[in-house]
Structure formats: structure tokens, C-alpha cells
Write a protein that binds this ligand. Structure first.
Ligand SMILES: Nc1nc2c(ncn2[C@@H]2O[C@H](COP(=O)(O)OP(=O)(O)OP(=O)(O)O)[C@@H](O)[C@H]2O)c(=O)[nH]1
Ligand SMILES: [Mg+2]
Length: 280
């Protein structure tokens, strides 16, 4: 657990800062009321401000080419106590869709929500679809049975075999996809467009949200990741790996997805060199 000591400390500080600000705003509201300065307009603004603070989260995105170890790092940071890889991580392309980890304080429950890739052919944005629970496939997650939880979470890496025409209709470029070995005329696309994982974890309970992303090929095919999800992250961890060095596709990710005009330049951007054990 000591690996997340400093992160834990900072998330706690952020949580306490929010709590103190909420307390001060509530005191200000009382003061306004006592002095007959409280109007409907002010009441509404204060309520809106408090709602924003209560819902506010701190998002850290993990971005990089496939197999740099993004998911493995998330497993090590947040799921070490389970003694096994909770999120699927292996050689080759593994994470297939943007995957968000957080704790749903409103519902106070652990779950995995998966949005079928077919929703890409519709007009609805991810933002809109988040407000339509019926469109997502839901699995419950039981933290007391890590083996079962791990099997359920393996779903995140699921691919499906489709014809190249179907893949194009879903917004994928055929050249970026792997062919289905069992059916060479078909290609493999992610089965899901987005995964939402609510897990009771001390840091997630305090408002930390993690965004795990796929490597370049799948990264580019989800426009909302580039337009809204990554620019909205408070910090981006850009993973490089010592076994490959800095490749052309690592640089493409940096230029096209991290160092962009959309990016909020106040956000922290950190390049991390992973797999340094291969140097020994
Ligand atoms: N030697 C070594 N292997 C590592 C390290 N970190 C991750 N790996 C391995 O690298 C492989 C890829 O790791 P993942 O976590 O799946 O990589 P990813 O960046 O999430 O890849 P995608 O999900 O495909 O985008 C796995 O077999 C990991 O076990 C490390 O520090 N050292
Ligand atoms: Mg991964």
C-alpha cells in the first residue's frame, strides 16, 4: 500500500479542501440569510456551486501505445491488496475501450457497466448514453470474491469478429485492425465502446477517477476520448516502455492526444518510463 502513499495523501488533502470549502459556503449562506441578503438568485447559485463541489472528481488518465503497461500500473496502484491482476493486462493489445474506474457514491454499489460498440452507429454521444442506463450491460462486482470479480472484469478486453464493411460502419479503419485468425476474412473490433467500473476503494470514495485507455489504434477510433475525456482529465500519465524505447507511434500519441490545443495546460502531464526491469 505504501506505493500509493503520496497519491493517497494528496487525494485526502483534496477531499478535505472540498469539505472545508463546502463548510465555508454553508456558513456564508447562513450569514446572508441572517442579514436579509439572501435572494432566490443567490440561493440558486449557491446550490449549484455546492452541487458542483460535491460531485467534483479528480481524474487521472493513463495514455500510451499498447502494451506499455498502463493497465498493469493501475492494477499495481489500486488493486495490489487482491494479490492478482484485477483488470486484464497481457502482452499484445488488451484494453479495447476507454475504461473508467471510480466509486459511485450516489448508488453506493460496486458494478461494471459496458456500452455495446453498436451504439457508435447512432447519433447519441457517450455523454447522452450515460444518462440511459438501459443501454448498458450491467454486471455486479463482489469484492469479497476477487476471483469472480476478475473474471467479470475480463469482459473489458472482449473483441468481436465482424466483416470489414461492418467495422467501417462502426467507425474503424480496417488497416488498424487485427484479422480474425479463425475467420481470416473478418476483423476484430472492440465489443464495447466504454466501460464504467464502480469499486469501493478509499481513493475512489474520496473522488479520484481513473481513465485507462487503449493503445493508438483503438484510441483514435473513439472521438469523444480525444475531444472531451482526455482534455477534461486533471492529469495525464503518458506511459513509455524501456523494452521498445520511444517509437514513432509513442510520439504520435503525445502529439495528437496529449500535447493538443484542446488540452487544459494547467493539467499535469507526466511521462513515465515503465518496464525498467528489462534493462537489468
Ligand atoms: N517486465 C515488465 N513487464 C511489464 C511491466 N509492466 C507491464 N508489463 C507487462 O507488459 C504487458 C502489457 O501490459 P498492459 O498493462 O496490458 O499494457 P497496456 O499499456 O495496458 O496495453 P493495452 O491495454 O493493450 O493498451 C503485460 O504482459 C504486463 O505484465 C513492467 O514494469 N515490467
Ligand atoms: Mg491496458
Amino acid at each position: 500500500m505504501h506505493t500509493q502513499g503520496s497519491l493517497s495523501h494528496q487525494v485526502k488533502a483534496y477531499h478535505n479542501w472540498k469539505k472545508e470549502l463546502i463548510r465555508q459556503i454553508s456558513r456564508y449562506r447562513l450569514w446572508l440569510q441572517d442579514n436579509n441578503l439572501f435572494t432566490d438568485d443567490i440561493s440558486q447559485r449557491i446550490r449549484h456551486g455546492l452541487e458542483l463541489l460535491i460531485e467534483d472528481e479528480l481524474t487521472i488518465a493513463f495514455v500510451g501505445e499498447y502494451s506499455r503497461g498502463k493497465t498493469e500500473l493501475i492494477n499495481a496502484l489500486f488493486f495490489a491488496e487482491f494479490g492478482q491482476r484485477m483488470l486484464p493486462s497481457q502482452a499484445g493489445r488488451t484494453t479495447m475501450c476507454p475504461t473508467e474506474l471510480f466509486f459511485d457514491r450516489t448508488e453506493n454499489a460496486n458494478y461494471l457497466l459496458l456500452l455495446p460498440i453498436e451504439t457508435r452507429t447512432e447519433e447519441h454521444s457517450l455523454q447522452e448514453l450515460r444518462r440511459q442506463p438501459a443501454r448498458w450491460i450491467r454486471h455486479e462486482l463482489d469484492q469479497s470474491t476477487p476471483d469472480v470479480m476478475r473474471e467479470v472484469l475480463a469482459e473489458v478486453a472482449r473483441v468481436k469478429s465482424v466483416t470489414p464493411a461492418e467495422a467501417r460502419a462502426l467507425g474503424f479503419e480496417e488497416g488498424n485492425l487485427e484479422h480474425d485468425r479463425e475467420n481470416p476474412d473478418q476483423v476484430l473490433v472492440p465489443a464495447w465502446r466504454n466501460a464504467q467500473i464502480s469499486i469501493r476503494h478509499p481513493l475512489f470514495e474520496r473522488g479520484l477517477r481513473i481513465l485507462d485507455t487503449p493503445g493508438l489504434n483503438a484510441l483514435g477510433s473513439e472521438p469523444e476520448l480525444t475531444i472531451s475525456m482526455l482534455p477534461a482529465a486533471h492529469a495525464v500519465i503518458f506511459l513509455l516502455s524501456a523494452d521498445t524505447g520511444v517509437t514513432a507511434s509513442d510520439m504520435t500519441i503525445w502529439k495528437e492526444y496529449i500535447d493538443t490545443r484542446n488540452a487544459d495546460h494547467r493539467a499535469g502531464r507526466f511521462a513515465v518510463l515503465n518496464k525498467i526491469d528489462v534493462l537489468w
